[in-house]
Design a protein around this ligand. Structure first.
Ligand code: S3P
Length: 743
């Protein structure tokens, strides 16, 4: 039997909330006895009959003196009745007893305590379980109402530490997650997420039910009406009390909603289909995201950010045909240029990974109507070069460096202010490489310490063209400057020290914007216009690279990767693998929407170590984690130099790979600008063990591929970010022969 957390539980008000708490505590054996106090004898009898309480009374002052230190009182009466319970507690509650409550409004509970005690006593821990049902009363009580639900406690300065701990432990004992929040914040959040929806549901049903012309309305109402209005059958007294107790915050929420509703009315009246699509696509995206969050919660025990570990068991070969998801770089750019174009742009093959979705969401937040993504199809209703609107808050770009750097360029010349933020990894990445040239063009940009995010961009700065020789081979920097050039007076040009991916230049041309290109130089004039177009995004060679390496290192492999972009600024992985002896065939080479595409057939071939030509580095910049795995399986030494950029990717990829390889028994040595890897010819090159991907998607996938030549299971930590570029990696990988499980 689990150790009791408290002595006795006294539940004041045995309805859905109080009764469920009593049942849950009994089920968890977390208390010795449950006493119920209700206002009517019938409820007392019912609560006893249902086994919710051990004994019950209608007289609080009679029961209170029986309590002892270590006991708990749970006040679960309608919000406005809390004060009258406090009056009794003041007179009869013995010292050492803890009191908590379940009212949906915390400000009114604090005010009630102040009225009764002249302040909030240390034994009172205000709380609110975020759980409920449209059913009410003692018969609605269930022992699992709070399991996997959140409980918000709003302790005050004087709340006793022991009392707080006791309440926390009791909620945890019934399977709930405890959060803490200030009282005002709780009431504002709940006004928006719970109280406003109840106002709307009650009012909608009341409106329809009392409209004489709609007499038969319920006969014709289907699922939508039923789902939407379910909460209108909640307890009227409880909800009347909540409305009165949280009046100010609810009025604010209603006003905001009324404003939005009346602008929607205006759009309908004016036949403004763009505005309607704007509201509906934004709302759909938000609801879909919420649905996904709920689904994740349903299968993950903890409700914290999801942690994924790859468990990769030794396997032998990969075989089959597969199409990996769309190119990440092109997916970002399709949203950006499609949004700035005049007219409707249709995209096929869009990568539905978190990075590209972060870009998509950013443009929605700036007022662009974007339909989808739906199976890789996205429809963007362009707003023209000057049509973006100020977002209502910072644009959060997750893990995506490309989003932040390209957006910095594109937003530098807008008339509004904007702040760009990202996750922990992105917040460590250098941004002065884009901020500096943009400042030279006239932009007003502030960064965090040491040039890291957030980026705060002040709008309204006049931009002028710039001739910018890039200090490093970076397509992101080149693109940021060229995109800022769209808004600049005169000509903007970039000169790169080595060829880098040219999707920005190609796609701008596809949108009818003149870009002149002369060797390492790309140039454009500001203030032109983009015309909408169709974009077919090929499969991403950076994602295909994992399977190219997988097939190259495992005897018996033969794989075809379909419809892969083989732009010559991206094909370093093909050149390097071929130089190592890889057997790679390009089939059915063709051009799709201005980009070269092929099916890539890769068969196993023994590899040899090489000195990687430095001019290949920018052409394979994202593929090195996979290539290092190939090098470990090659005969002899592989030496990479001139690749210091790898140290500032989503992780320090040189160090992360060197550490992981050494942990798996490979001889690898990180250098300042590269790595030296001693290949081994053994059938099983990698020992089993645990490696840390450091939340870097490409490190995670590279070590998963290594399992094809591993002696034992490789556990790869922190793999959730694989979803940034390759959400169905595990599924495709197991489909062709890897033995990969997620934990
Ligand atoms: C990208 C450019 C590269 C690459 C990144 C995507 C782009 O970054 O590593 O994954 O889409 O422009 P750098 O420009 O920093 O080399």
């Amino acid at each position: 039997m689990q150790q009791a957390k408290i002595g006795r539980l006294l539940v004041v008000g045995v309805g859905l909330i109080g009764g469920s708490f009593a049942l849950a505590l009994k089920a968890a054996r977390a208390c010795r006895e449950v006493i119920g106090v209700t206002s009517g004898r019938n409820t007392c009898d019912e609560a006893k009959r249902l086994g919710i309480v051990d004994r019950a009374s209608v007289c609080l002052e009679e029961v209170l003196p029986q309590l002892e230190p270590g006991d708990l009182v749970f006040v679960a009466v309608p919000t406005l009745a809390v004060e009258s319970v406090f009056v009794q507690l003041k007179r009869y509650l013995p010292a050492g007893v803890t009191v908590t409550d379940g009212a949906s409004v915390k400000g009114s509970v604090v005010r009630a305590a102040e009225a009764v005690w002249g302040g909030v006593p240390s034994f009172l821990v205000p709380g609110h379980p975020i759980a409920g049902s449209e059913r009410s009363g003692v018969t609605a009580a269930r022992d699992d109402l709070y399991r996997d639900h959140r409980i918000i406690l709003t302790p005050l300065e004087d709340t006793g530490v022991d009392h707080l701990r006791r309440v926390e432990q009791v909620w945890q004992a019934v399977g709930a997650e405890v959060l803490k929040m200030p009282v005002e914040e709780h009431d504002e959040v709940l006004a928006a997420t719970s109280h406003l929806p109840h106002v709307i549901a009650f009012s909608l049903v009341d409106t329809l039910a009392h409209d004489a012309e709609n007499e038969n309305i319920f006969r014709y109402a289907a699922g939508g009406f039923r789902d939407f209005t379910r909460i209108a059958s909640s307890d009227p007294v409880m909800w009347r009390d909540i409305m009165l107790a949280n009046r100010e915050a609810i009025l604010k929420a209603i006003d905001l909603y009324s404003l939005n509703l009346s602008s929607l009315r205006g759009a309908i009246a004016a036949g403004d289909s763009g505005a309607l699509m704007g509201v509906f696509t934004r709302a759909k995206a938000a609801r879909d995201y919420f649905t996904k969050m709920l689904a994740k919660q349903a299968y993950s025990d903890s409700m914290q950010a999801q942690e994924i570990t790859f468990i990769a068991q030794p396997a032998n070969a990969v075989n089959g045909k597969l199409r990996v998801p769309g190119d990440k770089s092109m997916s970002h750019r399709s949203i950006m240029l499609g949004s700035l174009a005049e007219g409707v742009t249709e995209v096929e093959g869009f990568l539905e990974g978190e990075d590209a979705l972060a870009t998509l969401q950013a443009f929605r937040d700036m007022g662009v109507v974007i339909e989808g993504p739906d199976n890789g199809r996205v429809v963007i209703h362009g707003v023209g070069l000057r049509g973006l609107k100020a977002p209502s808050g910072p644009l959060y770009l997750g893990n995506s460096g490309t989003s932040m750097r390209l957006l910095a360029g594109l937003l530098a010349g807008q008339r509004f202010d904007v702040t760009l933020t990202g996750d922990e990894s992105l917040s460590k990445r250098p941004m002065n490489r884009v901020a500096n040239p943009l400042r030279d063009m006239g932009a007003n940009i502030e960064t965090g310490p040491e040039g890291r995010p957030p980026l705060i961009i002040k709008g309204g700065s006049p931009m002028k063209g710039l001739h910018y020789p890039l200090p490093m081979a970076s397509a992101q920097v080149k693109s940021a400057v060229l995109l800022a050039g769209l808004y600049a007076e005169g000509r903007t040009s970039t000169v790169e020290p080595a060829p880098t991916r040219d999707h920005t230049e190609r796609m701008l041309q596809g949108f009818g914007y003149a870009v002149s290109r002369d060797g390492p130089e790309a140039a454009l004039d500001g203030n032109g216009a983009l015309k909408s177009c169709r974009i077919d995004v090929p499969a991403d060679i950076s994602s295909a690279a994992f399977f190219m390496v997988a097939a190259s290192i495992s005897p018996g492999s033969d794989i075809v990767l379909e419809h892969v972009g083989i732009n010559p600024t991206r094909d370093g992985v093909i050149n390097i693998l071929r130089a190592m002896g890889g057997d790679i065939e390009l089939l059915n080479t063709r051009e799709v929407g201005g980009e070269p595409v092929a099916d890539i057939r890769v068969r196993y071939a023994p590899l040899r170590g090489i000195r990687i030509p430095e001019e290949q580095v920018p052409l394979a910049i994202d593929e090195f984690p996979a290539l290092f795995v190939a090098a470990a399986c090659a005969q002899g030494e592989t030496v990479l130099t001139g690749a210091e950029e790898l140290r500032v990717k989503e992780s320090d990829r040189i160090q992360a790979m060197a550490d992981g390889m050494v942990a798996l028994g490979v001889t690898a040595r990180a250098t300042a600008d590269g790595i030296v890897i001693q290949g081994a010819e053994a059938a099983r090159v990698f020992a089993g063990g645990t490696v840390d991907s450091l939340g870097d998607h490409r490190i995670a996938m590279a070590f998963a591929v290594a399992s094809l030549r591993a002696k034992d299971t490789i556990r790869i930590l922190h793999c959730a970010n694989v979803a940034t570029s390759f959400p169905n990696f595990a599924e495709l990988a197991t489909g062709v022969g890897l033995k990969l499980q997620l934990a």
